[in-house]
Ligand binder design. Sequence first.
Ligand code: SAM
Length: 260
Amino acid sequence: MGYDYYKEFSLFYDEFRGRNLQLLFEIPLQFFGFACNKEAGPFLDLGCGTGDLAIYFAEKGFEVTGVDLSLGMLEAARAKVDQKKLKNIRLLQQDIVELDLEPGFAYIHARETFMHFNAEQLEKVFKKCWRALKPEGIFLFEIMTPFGLKKFCNGVSNRTSNNCKYTINGIFNDIDNSAILNYEFLFTDGRQSIFSLKCSGHDLLQICPLLAGTGFKKICAFDLDNSLTFENGVLKVGLPSIVSDNTSSMMVCVKKELQA
Ligand SMILES: C[S@@+](CC[C@H](N)C(=O)[O-])C[C@H]1O[C@@H](n2cnc3c(N)ncnc32)[C@H](O)[C@@H]1O
């Protein structure tokens, strides 16, 4: 691979990442009536990053594979896996677009990963996932909409972590719903890192036919903005919807619909 820009993120990534791991997988599954159990088979996390979701499922007894392109992110994940002495998790460096794994996964998950792919790459990834799943396997992934990416690009954002101050300046392109995100990191030890990365927003109405064309069934979208609220520790679930101000959704689909 080229420059491992995610290595820079890995130095403080966990400070900013959302902590609600259930929201990333179990709640959307339950909402649409899919089971989540380790007896169904192994779990694959695509773009596993620093490993928290992969570890969460390994600790529940699943056989887990985490795939990521960034050695920096994988090193951070490996340190946690070793510290927890987990034996049922393997971490692999692979490009998801060229994913090369044995088939037989019961679950494939991806969160904040597919924004790195344009529609053509995404279609290729969907086909790879379809092949890697077992017949009743479930594919669940987060997708950022063009509206969400445009909103993210709206203005310069400054953030401070324990060891880094950083700025993100995004430029959205309405023609193909992509964006160039320009990052400037200034670490407390004086080191500076400047890089750009290209992201794509994906319209749910374009994603659904791509999934259907790949062969996926029962394609559902769970609106992450409007569907969930926690009040006094009680989870309230609203309706999944495709609304104009939706910034990101969890898509859930199955390789082959189960017979009732
Ligand atoms: C924003 S992070 C999300 C990490 C993790 N899924 C999470 O929710 O915390 C995106 C991850 O996707 C990985 N990634 C980006 N492009 C990739 C590719 N072509 N193949 C494999 N991993 C990739 C990055 O290295 C990074 O770890």
